[in-house]
Design a protein around this ligand. Structure first.
Ligand SMILES: C[S@@+](CC[C@H](N)C(=O)[O-])C[C@H]1O[C@@H](n2cnc3c(N)ncnc32)[C@H](O)[C@@H]1O
Length: 249
């Protein structure tokens, strides 16, 4: 399908045309540890959200009107739980396809005494499409998404125009899409995709004073905890790129 035959995803959907959506993950069948299983049994009924519930009203889910931060692909959830603990005045929603990660996150959330967190165990692309109301999020976080190193696999990277467009509508105006990656080529791809739309503006251009706007990245904000993996990377001299774009249209 070329761009000549399909102007927008919405148009193609409206015309009933088949669209091959990207699959940004490989389902790992990793076993659940006893602790993860126990956490799922104990906490999923209160902290789990299901795709089949359809559109959610966060005010009802959390019992308050606090700003909602959505994290896509939280892994084992260590940084998500820390963020939720550090910001009790915000609500956090995490999406992860890997069930052991969900179990680990529930277990850490319980240990940390976190109550402002809910989780989905499902493909984030479908959750965004079917469950998240328009203009309901203040932030979307995507930290260290699978980089799909090989060029022939780049199409599986989650950051693509259609994905960005679907999350744009879920953000409030002025809401932020925050990405981080340790893969330079992916950081360039992220910037390229974000620059190709006029609906987002790069926050780096507000913060960085260089007149030529050559620095398109931001420093890691204090709100994003440094992961163990990242600390090790720092010691080995590896880079990490933080990218923040704000919804302007
Ligand atoms: C490289 S890991 C990074 C995990 C975590 N953010 C971190 O920084 O440690 C990427 C994660 O994204 C998850 N993932 C990839 N595509 C996803 C999707 N479409 N929906 C939900 N989770 C996804 C994977 O299962 C994996 O756990």
């Amino acid at each position: 399908m070329t761009d000549n035959t399909r102007n927008t995803v919405e148009q193609a959907q409206a015309e009933g045309k088949y669209i091959r959506t990207i699959k940004s993950f490989v389902k790992r069948e990793g076993r659940l540890t006893k602790g993860q299983q126990k956490a799922l049994d104990q906490f999923w009924p209160t902290m789990g959200l299901e795709h089949k519930q359809g559109l959610v009203d966060f005010k009802t889910v959390f019992g308050n009107d606090n700003p909602v931060v959505l994290e896509i692909g939280f892994g084992m959830g260590a940084s998500l739980v820390e963020m939720a603990k550090n910001a009790p005045d915000k609500n956090f929603v995490g999406i992860e396809v890997h069930l052991p990660g969900v179990g680990a996150c529930l277990s850490s959330a319980d240990e940390a005494g976190v109550t402002n967190l809910r989780l989905y165990n499902h493909d984030a692309i479908e959750i965004l499409r079917d469950c998240i109301a328009d203009e309901s999020l203040t932030t979307v976080q995507l930290f260290f998404p699978d980089p799909w190193h090989k060029t022939r696999h780049h199409k599986r990277r989650i950051v693509q125009q259609a994905f960005v467009e679907s999350l744009r509508t879920k953000l409030k105006m002025g809401g932020v899409f925050h990405m981080a990656t340790d893969w330079e080529n992916y950081s360039e791809h992220m910037i390229e995709v974000m620059d190709s739309t006029d609906t987002f503006s790069n926050i780096a251009s507000k913060i960085n004073s260089d007149a030529n706007k050559t620095n398109v990245f931001v420093e890691r904000p204090d709100s994003r905890p440094l992961t163990k993996f990242e600390q090790r990377g720092h010691r080995l001299g590896h880079g990490v790129w933080d990218i923040m774009f704000e919804r302007v249209k």
